[in-house]
Design a protein around this ligand. Structure first.
Ligand SMILES: *[C@@H]1O[C@H](CO)[C@@H](O)[C@H](O)[C@H]1NC(C)=O
Ligand SMILES: *[C@@H]1O[C@H](CO)[C@@H](O)[C@H](O)[C@H]1NC(C)=O
Ligand SMILES: *[C@@H]1O[C@H](CO)[C@@H](O)[C@H](O)[C@H]1NC(C)=O
Ligand SMILES: *[C@@H]1O[C@H](CO)[C@@H](O)[C@H](O)[C@H]1NC(C)=O
Ligand SMILES: *[C@@H]1O[C@H](CO)[C@@H](O)[C@H](O)[C@H]1NC(C)=O
Length: 249
């Protein structure tokens, strides 16, 4: 059945313009300014830089190539680029570079991940595998495609051992058990799915510390490396979906 769908999808795509761009509106529904950061492993975005300031209530929309791959967008909070340029410019989500990121996020944050395809399947997810800092949703414009989300603010209930504090002592992020290095062995960890736990079979969710805390609040987010359900949501590329990313939905 899946194979049939794939074949049909790829046949249809031959008839379509494979070079059309898609639109990615980024909405800041938080009550405060954020500084989104962006990283792309594949084709880059031509009309948007990899980091920008975005006021509360505003939307920034840009086009991405049809085959945009290995892309991630995350929110940075409490930034000051005047005194420091680099990962510590922001309390959460800081990257190498300054306002404009020159690599992946260097400090940890909720991330939207997108790999678009010109011909087969788009894949999209919201990941808290590394950490949570802001609630986010990533919604395909075609209603037949599922939505990815971690729509709840996890910071107030974050277990003490996972908390990320700002200089005033407020909980502004919630690291995964892997990122918090709870088991003290990052190269052989059932929280990180490394070493003898590096396959889906040897890294079950039941052995990931605090899995339920994240999954119960955010069932449609990717919570650990081998999270099966809704971890990466396929959307037929031929539907040419746009993807709306909302912070603090
Ligand atoms: C896609 O976007 C790029 C950058 O904005 C632009 O140069 C190009 O013409 C667009 N292509 C199409 C097919 O719209
Ligand atoms: C995306 O498509 C463009 C234009 O066809 C091509 O030059 C580029 O190599 C492709 N990038 C990826 C990551 O497939
Ligand atoms: C990794 O830890 C497991 C216990 O969680 C242990 O059985 C195994 O021998 C360790 N593997 C390595 C390569 O250290
Ligand atoms: C995945 O989803 C199915 C159907 O909703 C459910 O029965 C199953 O328990 C879920 N598995 C995990 C690991 O959450
Ligand atoms: C994607 O957005 C573009 C530009 O706003 C629009 O023309 C197009 O119809 C949208 N595509 C879908 C599938 O919603």
């Amino acid at each position: 059945m899946t194979i049939k769908i794939l074949i049909v999808a790829s046949l249809i795509s031959f008839a379509c313009n494979a070079n059309a761009n898609r639109t990615v509106p980024v909405v800041n529904s938080c009550a405060f300014t954020i500084w989104p950061g962006m990283h792309t492993a594949g084709s880059s975005v031509l009309d948007q830089v990899n980091g920008w300031e975005q006021a509360a209530g505003s939307t920034v929309t840009f086009d991405v190539p049809d085959n945009w791959s290995g892309a991630s967008i995350w929110g940075r909070t409490e930034c000051d680029f005047l005194t420091v340029q680099g990962p510590t410019s922001c309390v959460t989500g800081g990257c190498q570079g300054g306002l404009i990121c020159t690599g992946t996020g260097a400090t940890l944050a909720t991330a939207a991940e997108l790999t678009l395809s010109a011909s087969l399947l788009d894949i999209h997810d919201i990941s808290v595998v590394d950490s949570f800092n802001l609630p986010m949703t990533l919604i395909a414009s075609n209603p037949s495609c599922a939505s990815a989300s971690c729509p709840v603010n996890l910071n107030p209930e974050c277990p003490v051992e996972l908390q990320v504090l700002d200089p005033a002592g407020a909980v502004v992020g919630c690291n995964s058990a892997c990122s918090a290095n709870l088991d003290g062995n990052p190269t052989n960890s059932s929280n990180c799915c490394t070493g003898s736990h590096n396959t889906p079979l040897t890294c079950p969710s039941s052995q990931v510390t605090d899995y339920a805390f994240f999954k119960n609040a955010c069932p449609d987010a990717m919570v650990f490396v081998y999270d099966e359900n809704l971890s990466s949501l396929p959307c037929l590329a031929d539907l040419r979906s746009n993807y709306t990313l909302t912070f603090c939905p």
